[in-house]
Design a protein around this ligand. Structure first.
Ligand code: NAD
Ligand code: USQ
Length: 406
C-alpha cells in the first residue's frame, strides 16, 4: 500500500517509515523539521544522535532497497499539501505532523496559538487534499488518550450510548482535555468526524497513550536509522525521561503526589497497532476511534519499575517527587476501554522490563549527551502561566492536601 507519513522526521514517524517498509509498503513522507527547532528552543537535544534527513534517506534506501519519497514543507501551507497528494497519490495517510507537547502549548499566548493553528490547520489541509485528490484514501490520525481527561466513569472508544429525558443516542464521549495541546487534538477529532460525515471520507482516529522506547527491531544496528529520544520538560515523556534520569544518576521525578494514571505502550506496540489500522481500513464515510495503549500505570509505579531495572543494571537510582507544574488530578479513577485493536489482532508485548533494559542500554551509550544539558530535566513551564523551576518535595503530600480539579 502507498502510505504517506506526515511528520516522518519525528519520534513515531521515523520508526513507522521503517516498520512499514519492512512489511513491503511503499512509504512517502513530509516534515518541516519543526521538532528539531522546538527541542533546541528548550535548550535540549535528542539523547540519541539524530542524522539529518539526507543522511536518513540514504540509510533508508541502503537498508530497504528502495528510496523514500520525501518532501520538506509545512502542512499549514495548502499549496504544499495539495501538491504532495497529487504527486504521491497515497492510499493511506498517517498524520503525525503536529506539535505533540502539552507543556510547550502552555508557555504563553504565542505558543498556545502556534500549537492550535499548526495542529488544526494542518489537519484541515489534509482533509481537503483527501477530498480533492484521493477521496478513497484512509486517514489514520493521531489523537491522544488525553482528549478524554480523567472522568469519574469508564472511557469508551470514542462513542457511548446515552439515555437523556427518555430518549437514547450514540454520541461522542465528552472530551475534557488537560492542556491547550490536548484541546488541539479534540478540535482535530471533531473536524475529522465532520469531514467523514459530509464528504464520505474514511478515518481511524487513534487515541494513543504515552509511548516509550528507543528503537524497534527493524532499525537494526545502523545508528543513522535510530529514533530520536527527548527528555526535556516539553518533549520528553514520562518513561523516556525516567530512563534518561537513571543513566546519569539523577532522581526519577513523579510530579506531585505521583498517582496520575495514564495508558502507556512501547514504540514497537505503537507501530504494530498503527499498521493494523492501516491494513484494515474502515468503510467510506466511517469515522472509527481506537484507544491505543497496552496497559495503564500510575507514574510512581513507573518510576519504581525503571528504578528496579536500572538498579539491576548497576545504576544507583533514587526517586524524588517534584512539585507538580501542571494543573491535573494527582490521584483519580481511570478505566479506558481498549478492545478495537485487540479485535484486529494486536498482540501486546506485556514486557515492560525487557523494553526498559533495551532503553537503558541504548541511553547508556549516549549518557554524555544527556549529561550535557541535564538542567532541562527540571520543569519550569507551569499551567498557571508562570515560569519557575519546580522544587523537590521532601514529604509527598497527603490526598486531602493536593489534587487540583482539572
Ligand atoms: P514528533 O514531534 O516527534 O513528530 C511530529 C513531527 O511532525 C515532527 O517531526 C515535526 O517536525 C512535524 N511537524 C509538526 N508540525 C508540522 C507541520 N505543520 N508541517 C510539517 N511537519 C510538521 O512527535 P511524536 O511523538 O512522533 O508524535 C507524533 C503524533 O502522535 C503527534 O500528533 C502526537 O500528538 C501524537 N501522539 C504522540 C504520543 C507520544 O507519546 N509520542 C502519544 C499520543 C499521541
Ligand atoms: N509526569 C511526571 N513526571 C515527569 C513527567 C511527567 O509525573 O517527569 C506526569 C505528568 O504530570 C502527567 C503524566 O506523567 O501526569 C504524563 O506526562 P507526559 O509528559 O509523559 O505525557 P503528556 O504530557 O500527557 O503527553 C504525552 C505526549 C503527547 C500525547 C500524550 C498521551 O507528549 O503527545 O498526546 O502523552 S496522553 O498522556 O495519553 O494524553
Amino acid at each position: 500500500m502507498k502510505v504517506l507519513v506526515t511528520g516522518i522526521d519525528g519520534y513515531l514517524g521515523w520508526a513507522l517509515a521503517q516498520y512499514l517498509a519492512a512489511k513491503g509498503h511503499e512509504v512517502g513522507g513530509v516534515d518541516a523539521y519543526f521538532r528539531r527547532t522546538w527541542v533546541a528552543e528548550m535548550g535540549s537535544q535528542s539523547a540519541t544522535p539524530i542524522a539529518d534527513m539526507p543522511v536518513r534517506l540514504r540509510a533508508f534506501e541502503e537498508r530497504w532497497g528502495k528510496p523514500l519519497f520525501f518532501k520538506a514543507g509545512d502542512l499549514t501551507n495548502w499549496a504544499f499539501v495539495k501538491s504532495v497528494f497529487e504527486e504521491f497519490q497515497p492510499e493511506a495517510i498517517v498524520h503525525f505532523g503536529e506539535c505533540p507537547s502539552a507543556p510547550f502549548s502552555m508557555i504563553d499566548v504565542h505558543h498556545t496559538t502556534f500549537v492550535q493553528v499548526n495542529n488544526v490547520v494542518g489537519t484541515l489541509n489534509i482533509l481537503y487534499a483527501m477530498r480533492d485528490v484521493v477521496p478513497e484514501a484512509h486517514l489514520v490520525k493521531l489523537g491522544t488518550m488525553g482528549e478524554y481527561g480523567t472522568p469519574q466513569i469508564d472511557i469508551p472508544e470514542g462513542f457511548f450510548e446515552i439515555e437523556y429525558r427518555g430518549r437514547t443516542d450514540r454520541l461522542p464521549f465528552p472530551r475534557q482535555a488537560g492542556s491547550w495541546y490536548h484541546w488541539s487534538k479534540v478540535h482535530g477529532s471533531n473536524n475529522i468526524m465532520f469531514a467523514c460525515k459530509i464528504w464520505g471520507l474514511r478515518s481511524t482516529d487513534i487515541m494513543q497513550g504515552v509511548v516509550y522506547g528507543t528503537r524497534i527491531d527493524e532499525m537494526g544496528d545502523d545508528d543513522r536509522l535510530l529514533s530520536r529520544l527527548d527528555f526535556d520538560e516539553s518533549f520528553g515523556t514520562a518513561i523516556n525521561r525516567f530512563c534518561c534520569q537513571a543513566v546519569i544518576g539523577e532522581p526519577l521525578t513523579p510530579f506531585g503526589r505521583g498517582h496520575q494514571r495514564r495508558g502507556f505502550l512501547p514504540l514497537r506496540d505503537s507501530m504494530q497497532c498503527l499498521t493494523l489500522a492501516i491494513e484494515n481500513p474502515p468503510s467510506p464515510g466511517e469515522y472509527r476511534v481506537f484507544n491505543q495503549f497496552e496497559e495503564t500505570y500510575d507514574v510512581t509505579e513507573l518510576a519504581q519499575k525503571v528504578q528496579k531495572v536500572a538498579n539491576e543494571l548497576g545504576m544507583n537510582t533514587t526517586i524524588h517527587h517534584l512539585e507538580n507544574p501542571r494543573i491535573e488530578l494527582e490521584e483519580h479513577y481511570y478505566q479506558p476501554d481498549h478492545q478495537g485493536l485487540l479485535d484486529l489482532g494486536y498482540q501486546p508485548t506485556h514486557d515492560m522490563e525487557s523494553e526498559l533494559r533495551i532503553m537503558l542500554a541504548d541511553l547508556e551509550r549516549h549518557r554524555a549527551r544527556i549529561e550535557a544539558v541535564k538542567d532541562v530535566l527540571i520543569p519550569a513551564i507551569r499551567w498557571d502561566g508562570s515560569r519557575r523551576k519546580s522544587q523537590f518535595i521532601d514529604s509527598v503530600p497527603q490526598p486531602d492536601l493536593v489534587g487540583h480539579s482539572a
